[in-house]
Design a protein around this ligand. Structure first.
Ligand code: MG
Length: 341
């Protein structure tokens, strides 16, 4: 038995700009910073609780406090921690992801190995990431196109009654490839198809979650008729049948805060490939801590959407790098490779 000291504290960070999606707006994030300490080594993790899944900063803090005095049979076995957390309480996947991330960071530091090497990733450079725009009036969207200057791929949040105006305003300024995220905002097959037809031919390479997660039959119809690849986000938390999702979507957006673990995400990546689903690794609005852990998973993915930390005004650490062409890259330091900013 090995005792690991686990502590947590609120991680409240202002955003550079108010961020709006079809479900609401926010000016700051209320996440949780987690530390695992043993043998003079400290692993760091972050939980980004999501209201859609009935998680809050407080509920995540509560969950983690239950592990204050955690004793592991084998501290190098993340599967043991994942199983213990599942037995401890249902839900709270952001807290679970933050804890597992901190343990992985601790293991990497303890073994003096970067996690991409420990996990035998194909390399330390992943796909290009998008740069996300929240919903705004077309005029403000124009300002954001200028801010997104260095990033070659844009992600635009839609699901308003002026979606076409937003896209037209952006297309007046740039022909960069666009990933559209409707966040369940289109409510019928007809309205979704109308938008998809409008977007076809406008260099939109992917549409994320066009319709509400419960619209499974509707999504099957949409998938058969959409000329643009459709990716699941709200429709996948990690517990669904991937075979069934493959009838509704061309790909899935895997997020650590929903699967609850790096190890679980990697299992899903390999299973999803078997049923022909493409893979994107996404993030919540989170700092460079969680985005670096997500970038680790992205080393096995086709697409990345890891700009959460770019929306935060000041990151507590430096982790992943975004290369000039937009690719995400991990550094060569032990664990997650996080360093003081
Ligand atoms: Mg999304």
């Amino acid at each position: 038995m090995k005792k690991l000291s686990i502590t947590r504290e609120p991680l409240d960070l202002p955003l550079k700009r108010t961020f709006t999606i079809s479900r609401g707006s926010r000016d700051s994030i209320q996440n949780v910073l987690i530390r695992i300490e043993a043998d003079g080594v400290t692993g760091i993790g972050e939980a980004a609780p999501n209201h859609r899944y009935e998680e809050t900063q407080e509920s995540a803090m509560d969950f983690i406090s239950g592990f204050g005095d955690y004793r592991a049979d084998n501290p190098f076995d993340v599967g043991e921690l994942v199983a213990t957390m599942e037995r401890y309480a249902p839900g709270e996947y952001a807290a679970k992801a933050g804890l597992e991330m901190a343990l992985f960071d601790w293991i990497g530091k303890k073994l003096n190995l970067p996690l991409y090497k420990l996990l035998q990733a194909p390399g330390r450079t992943g796909p290009r990431t998008t740069f996300t725009f929240g919903i705004d009036e077309p005029e403000i969207m124009k300002e954001k196109v200028a801010e997104a200057g260095p990033y070659p791929y844009l992600k635009i949040k839609l699901g308003t009654n002026y979606d076409k105006d937003i896209i037209s305003a952006i297309r007046e300024l740039t022909d960069k490839p666009i990933l559209v995220d409707a966040n369940e905002g289109w409510k019928t097959v007809d309205s979704a198809l109308d938008m998809i037809r409008f977007l076809d031919g406008q260099n939109v390479y992917m549409i994320e979650q066009p319709m509400p997660a419960e619209c499974k039959k509707e999504m099957q119809k949409l998938r058969l008729n959409s000329p643009i690849p459709l990716f699941a986000d709200e429709s996948i938390t990690g517990k669904e049948s991937l075979q069934e999702l493959a009838t509704q979507f061309h790909g899935i957006n895997i997020k650590l805060m929903k699967t609850g673990a790096i190890s679980t995400s990697l299992k899903i990546v390999h299973q999803a490939r078997k049923v022909g689903l493409q893979i994107m690794t996404g993030c919540m609005v989170e700092s460079a801590i969680a985005d670096t852990a997500s970038a680790l998973v992205a080393l096995w993915a086709d697409f990345a959407d890891l700009d959460g930390h770019l929306l935060v005004a000041e990151n507590p650490v430096k982790g992943l790098t975004i290369l000039p062409e937009g690719h995400v890259q991990l550094n060569d330091k032990p664990g997650l490779g996080l360093t003081e900013e």
